[in-house]
Design a protein around this ligand. Sequence first.
Ligand code: SME
Length: 160
Amino acid sequence: MSEDLHIAAGSKTERYASLLPQIRALTEGETDGVANLANIAAALKEQFGWLWVGFYLVKNNELVVGPFQGPVACTRIRKGRGVCGTSWEKAETLIVPDVEAFPGHITCSSLSRSEIVVPVFHKGEVVGVLDADSVELNDFDTEDQRWLEEIVKGIPGINN
Ligand code: SME
């Protein structure tokens, strides 16, 4: 496909429904996992305009920052630390409506107000997380969870 992303307007459902097949088209046939994570982060940033969106990858029992879009971020996060490390430890998606109310939240940008972290699985193990941060309070809900969990399934080179 061409590298132009079609940016949809409308409801959250309409935007994700437009984006998901474009992400699949961008990544299918590309075996390099980092390349695919980079394009997924860029596509999400273009469509939703979040402050920060990207991946942390499990390396030597730590999360290490991977492809992302947004301000510079903390490089390493230990298991159980912050929203990302907690999502990894629990192997479940965390929706944080107000980051200041999340005990142990790691502040990478003082502009971040709400956050969602979605684990990326390979053969039943968490191999990374997708993290999105918004400047708006309460910007993420179970609909984001559902779509983002779908987006991180079957990424060629990561968990296909
Ligand atoms: N807020 C995250 C850290 C990563 S940055 O937001 C990009 C956390 O608490 O794990």
